[in-house]
Write a protein that binds this ligand. Structure first.
Ligand code: F6P
Length: 363
């Protein structure tokens, strides 16, 4: 593996990334491996922006003492980027050259599916370099892992926000359409809808037309505020993958139903709010345990793989941690595609389960 391991965070930041950086740095120090932090994801890698994470007092955060402080921070102290340059073979060759010049034999990539695609290509084109992925994205759209770093914190933030929205909604007897992030994956919407007792949930994987989306929101509001029911609020969770804007849904239905039902209909887009904040216990613990197995796998000589948490699919390599297994990045990326195009049994199960749940939520 060589004497040095580099670590970077890439793509959309996720709470818990700092915990993973900290864990890799500390575990590396304990194993006598020098750990370099790469600034600004793949962009910084191609520019050779490295920081020594083991040595004390580097730029204010990387000291052994400073590392203790970063685990509770959201975002990523290394910075992140969505790099267009790294999508080219030339960009990846530049990155491999920078790593070789810095004496780095292995790279840990903490990020989502775009970042893991880059990691896989880098590994294929430069096989002497060991590459290990760690799943981190609030979207939970990464194959082979039950959870990605950041998902739990994001869900807690959504639950808190919806509870607050429900307070004001009840005070005015209002309906709210709340949009949550997740890109093309409806996991955050599905999981949070159950936890907040929403009246309906909309996510791309349902495959509903714009008309059907409008109708299901209308039905939920009419049902919720039906005469004889003393319901004080109706809450509809919409995933951002459903392309009808939450504001358009609310405005249209406010005009159509507001006066007749005597209620107001509003929209709130939670947006990037959901990506920030101090990581939850689950994200911190998971980031630490995934880091331990990621570094361990590199020390064993593994490459072109990702460590996964409570894998929902067969295969993979067991690790010393019963919750963590390792999968080839090739399998991870195939499973990711299947999750998103709907051919994965996991997606099919989620959609079916939510159909049943929706019937219950609407009662
Ligand atoms: O992938 C994480 C995510 O927050 C998605 O949920 C969202 O669609 C996207 O990133 C937003 O990206 P950006 O921060 O580049 O606008």
């Amino acid at each position: 593996m060589g004497k040095r391991v580099a670590v970077l965070t890439s793509g959309g930041d996720a709470p818990g990334m700092n915990m993973a950086i900290r864990a890799i740095a500390k575990l590396g120090a304990a194993a006598g491996v020098e750990i370099l932090g790469v600034e600004r994801g793949y962009d910084g890698l191609m520019d050779g922006s490295f920081r020594d994470l083991n040595r004390s007092n580097v730029n204010g955060f990387a000291a052994a003492k400073g590392l203790d402080l970063i685990g509770s921070l959201g975002g990523t102290v290394l910075g992140s980027a969505r790099s267009a340059r790294f999508r080219t073979e030339e960009g990846r060759a530049e990155a491999a050259k920078r790593l070789a010049e810095a004496g780095v034999g292995a790279l840990v990539v903490i990020g989502g599916n775009g970042s893991l695609t880059g990691a896989h290509l880098l590994s294929k084109e430069h096989p002497k370099l060991q590459v290990m992925g760690m799943p981190a994205s609030i979207d939970n759209d990464i194959g082979c892992t039950g959870l990605a770093i950041g998902v739990d914190t994001a869900l807690n933030t959504i639950v808190e926000a919806c509870d607050r929205i429900s307070d004001t909604a009840r005070a005015h007897r209002r309906a709210f359409v709340v949009e949550v992030m997740g890109r093309e994956c409806g996991y955050l919407a599905m999981a949070s809808a159950i936890a907040v007792g929403a009246d309906a949930v909309l996510f791309r994987e349902q495959g509903r037309s714009e008309e059907d989306v409008m109708k299901s929101v209308e039905d939920a509001i009419v049902r919720g505020f039906a005469p004889g029911r003393d319901k004080k609020r109706v809450l509809i969770i919409k995933s951002e993958g459903v392309k009808v804007p939450a504001t358009l849904l609310a405005r249209t239905l406010d005009e159509r139903l507001g006066e007749r039902l005597g209620v107001d209909i509003r929209a709130t887009v939670l947006g990037h709010l959901v990506r920030g904040g101090s990581p939850s216990y689950q994200d911190r613990a998971m980031a630490g345990r995934l880091s331990m197995q990621a570094l361990g796998a590199l020390l064993e000589g593994a490459s072109d793989e990702m460590v996964a948490w409570q894998a929902p699919v067969e295969g993979g390599t067991a690790t010393k941690d019963p919750h963590v297994s390792r999968f080839t990045l090739e399998q991870v990326l195939e499973e990711t595609d299947a999750l998103l195009d709907g051919s994965s049994p996991i997606t099919q199960r989620r959609v079916k389960m939510m159909e049943r749940v929706e019937g219950v939520l609407g009662l």
